[in-house]
Design a protein around this ligand. Structure first.
Ligand SMILES: [Zn+2]
Length: 335
C-alpha cells in the first residue's frame, strides 16, 4: 500500500470552506451550500465521464465488476460536519453525492443530489464509528460495502431517510474508482483509482470529450497496470517515460470505445500541453507536448479502421505495447 496523502489534501480543501470557530462571524450556510455545490458539479462531470469510459471498454479491460454508478458523501469527511449537515439539510451523515449519467442509479431517478441515505442493503452506514472531522475512511467503507453487496447479491436496496427504498440491478464496468480531489491540480492513477484535483485546467474545458481525454490518460495507466509494473521494475526515468507514452497513445482507443471523438485526445494534449506542460508530473519524464500530441495522432488511422470494420477498437489485441507487461512477474506458479 502506498500512503494516501492526497486524501488528506482532498479533505483539507473542503475543510478550508467549513471551519467552525466560535470567534468567527455567523456561518453563511447558503455560501457553504454553494461551495459544496460547485465541488459536486465538478465531481458529477468526472463521474459521468469516468462511467462512460469504464463502461465503454468492458470488453478489453483487465478486471470488470458490477456497479450502479452511485457515489455517496459522508458529512464526517468534512472539516466541520455539523455545518455541512445544516448546509445540506441533513439529519444524519450520508447522502447522494452523484449518480453517473446513464448508470442504473441515474436511470432509477431516485438518487438526486444530497438525498439522505440511511440504509445500504440493510446496513445503516451512519451507525459505523467516525472521527470528529475529516474522516474519509467511513466513506471508503460505504463504497466497499456497496461493491461487495453487488458482487455477492447481484443487486442492492438503498433506503432513504424519507422511508422510500430503491432497488438497483448493476451493470458491468471496468474496475476503477474516480475521485475528485478538493484541492490541487494533479492527476494520479494508483491502479485502483483515478484521482484528479479540482484545479486541473481540463475542468474548465467546455467540450466533454476533451476533458474525457485527461480522464482516459489516467484510466489507461490503470488498464495497462502501470503502477504495479513500475513497482516491480523500478521507476527509472526511462520506465516512467515509456508508461506515460503508452497512456497517451491509449487515450484515443478508450475515447472511441466510449463513444467520444478519438481526435479529442490530440486536442487535449495540444491545448493543455502548450500552456501547462511543466505542471503535470515532472517534465523530464515525458516527451514534449507536441511529440505527445503526434504520438496520439499516429494512433487515429488504425482506430478509425477498426471502428469502421468492427465497431470497436480492441486495444487488448491490437495496441502496440512499449513495455513488456509480464516483466518482473514470477515465472513459476504462484501460491
Ligand atoms: Zn500519466
Amino acid at each position: 500500500m502506498r500512503p494516501y496523502g492526497w486524501r488528506r489534501a482532498l479533505l483539507a480543501g473542503m475543510a478550508a470552506l467549513l471551519t467552525a470557530n466560535s470567534d468567527a462571524p455567523p456561518v453563511d450556510y447558503a455560501a457553504e451550500r454553494a461551495a459544496i455545490g460547485r465541488y459536486q458539479d465538478a465531481d458529477q462531470r468526472l463521474q459521468n465521464v469516468g462511467w462512460q469510459l469504464a463502461r465503454g471498454n468492458i470488453a478489453f479491460c483487465p478486471r470488470v465488476i458490477p456497479a450502479i454508478g452511485l457515489q455517496l458523501q459522508d458529512m464526517a469527511s468534512y472539516g466541520a460536519p455539523a455545518i455541512a449537515r445544516v448546509a445540506l439539510g441533513l439529519t444524519g451523515d450520508f447522502a447522494v453525492q452523484t449518480a453517473a449519467r446513464g448508470s442504473p442509479a441515474a436511470q432509477s431517478g431516485a438518487f438526486t443530489r444530497n438525498r439522505e441515505i440511511i440504509g445500504l442493503a440493510g446496513f445503516d452506514p451512519n451507525q459505523w464509528p467516525a472521527g470528529e472531522k475529516m474522516d474519509w475512511q467511513r466513506l471508503v467503507w460505504a463504497h466497499d460495502h456497496v461493491d461487495a453487496m453487488l458482487a455477492e447479491h447481484a443487486g442492492i436496496a438503498v433506503t432513504f431517510a424519507d422511508g422510500e427504498e430503491a432497488r438497483l440491478t448493476p451493470v458491468e464496468v471496468c474496475a476503477t474508482r474516480f475521485e475528485l480531489m478538493g484541492a490541487g491540480g494533479k492527476a494520479v492513477a494508483d491502479g485502483n483509482r483515478v484521482v484528479i484535483g479540482i484545479d486541473f485546467p481540463a475542468f474548465a474545458y467546455p467540450e466533454e470529450d476533451v476533458f474525457a481525454a485527461l480522464v482516459a490518460h489516467e484510466l489507461a495507466h490503470n488498464f495497462l497496470e502501470h503502477d504495479a509494473w513500475l513497482d516491480r521494475n523500478g521507476r527509472s526515468r526511462r520506465h516512467v517515460r515509456r508508461t506515460e507514452r503508452e497512456a497517451d497513445r491509449l487515450i484515443p482507443w478508450l475515447l472511441a470505445n466510449a463513444g467520444y471523438d478519438p481526435q479529442a485526445g490530440v486536442t487535449f494534449m495540444t491545448r493543455w500541453g502548450s500552456r501547462h506542460d511543466a505542471g503535470w508530473l515532472m517534465l523530464r519524464n515525458h516527451d514534449g507536448w507536441d511529440e505527445r500530441a503526434e504520438f496520439i495522432a499516429a494512433e487515429l488511422p488504425q482506430i478509425a479502421d477498426l471502428m469502421a470494420r468492427e465497431g470497436r477498437a480492441d486495444w487488448r489485441a491490437r495496441f502496440r505495447r512499449e513495455i513488456d507487461p509480464a516483466k518482473g512477474l514470477a515465472a513459476g506458479p504462484r501460491e
